[in-house]
Ligand binder design. Sequence first.
Ligand code: FAD
Length: 395
Amino acid sequence: MEKRELVIVGAGPAGLTAAIYGRRAGLDVLLIEKGAAGGQINITEEIENWPGVQHATGPELGAMFRAHAEKFNTEFRDADVTKIEVRDGAKIVVTNKGEIEAEAVIVATGAYFRRLGCEGEAEHIGQGVSYCAVCDGAFFEDEEIAVVGGGNSAVEEGDYLTKFASKVYIIHRRDEFRADRAAVERALSNPKIVPVWNSVVEKIEGDGMVENLVLKNVKTGEISDLPVAGVFMFVGQAPHDEAVKGLLETTKGGWIKTNERMETSVEGIFAAGDLRDKSLRQVVTAAADGAIAAMSASSYIAEQVHLHSKLMEPEKVVALFFSSIDAGQAKLSGDVESAFERAGAAVVLVDGYKNARMVQKLGLTDLPVMIRIESGKIVAKKAVASEAEASEFAR
Ligand SMILES: Cc1cc2nc3c(=O)[nH]c(=O)nc-3n(C[C@H](O)[C@H](O)[C@H](O)COP(=O)(O)OP(=O)(O)OC[C@H]3O[C@@H](n4cnc5c(N)ncnc54)[C@H](O)[C@@H]3O)c2cc1C
C-alpha cells in the first residue's frame, strides 16, 4: 500500500494552507481533492475580507492559494476520499483510486449551505442570493433585502444585516420563529426588520442580479411579489463528514470536535476548516485552522519518529524529560547534557512541553524526570532536581 507522511483531504482554504505549512515544515504532503482546488470560494463572487487583498473574486483567491501550495511542491491528487479508517493502529485513507497509509491525516472537507431549492436560486448565487451574512452583508448598503428561515441563524443574521440594509424581510413558513426568545425579541424590536409569516419563496427573479421574489402564502395560497436586491438563505448548514462518519467525535449536527491544536478524538487525525465545531466559518478562520493542524501534525509525526527511533528502538536508553517553559528545567537540561558529554555517556533530552502527548503516553506525570528504557520498556524512572542526581540515576 502507498505510504505517506501527511495526507490532507480537501483543497479548500483550510487544506491548501495546511499543505503550505506542512511542506514548509519539511513534510511529505499529499493533498487529495475531488473537485476544484479552492473549495467553496469557487462559488463566491467577491471576497473583501481576506487581509491584504482588498478585492478578489473567489476563484481568483482560490487560484492564488493553489499556486502558493504548488510553489512548495505540494503533490495534488484528483480523487474522492470515501472513507478514513484506523486499521490495526494504522491510519488508512480510502479513495476511489486506491488506499493510502498516512502517518497523519488532516480532514478539511468543508461544509455546505443547504439550498432552498426554489426556481432561480442556483443561477443567482453570488448575484444577490447568499448564504453568508458576514461575507456578503456589506454589499447591500441601504438596499431592501430578504432573509429566509425561522431559526436562530435566520433571526440573528437578519438582525446583523440591518447594519447595512435599509429593510430586512424575514420570510418564514410558520407564524412564529423557532429561534430562542432573546434573539426573537431583539429582532422583532428592530424597526428595520419586517417578518413575512406563513410564506415560502416560490421563485427568485432578476435579470443578472436578484430583483424580485415570488412568494406564496402557505395558508391562503396567495401569490405575491417582494422586490428586493438580495436574499439570504438560512435553512441550514452541514459538514461534509461523509468520509469520517462514526470515526470521529462530533456534535449532534455532525460538526467535528477538536481542541485548539485541531486534534480530533482519534490520535494522528486532525480536522481543519468549516467542518469543525466552531463559531465563525470564513476563509481566514479556515486558513488559520489549516496552519495549526499542519503544525500539530508535524509535531505528531516528529514525536512518533522521535519516540521510536530515539527511545524505543535502541536496546538501552537514558532520557531526561523536562519542560522548556520552566527556566529552571531548561537550565537543568543544558547542565545534564554537558555532564553526560563530559562523562562520555549518552542521554536523550525530550522537551515534554512540546511533546505533551509523548509524556502522556509514557505515563510521566511530573517533570523533570529521568527514565531508563530497555527494549522499548521503561524499567526505571526518577524525578531529578540537579545534574548530579541525573548522573547518579544513569550509573
Ligand atoms: C457563497 C459563499 C460566499 C462566501 N463568502 C465568503 C467571504 O466573502 N469571505 C469569507 O471569508 N468566507 C466566505 N465564505 C465562506 C468560505 O468560503 C468558507 O468558510 C471556506 O471556504 C471554508 O474552507 P474549508 O477549506 O474549510 O472548506 P471548503 O472551502 O468547503 O473546501 C473543502 C474542499 O474539500 C473537498 N472535499 C470534500 N469532500 C471530499 C472528499 N470526500 N474527497 C476529496 N475532497 C473532498 C471539496 O471539494 C472542497 O474543495 C463563503 C461561502 C459561500 C458558500
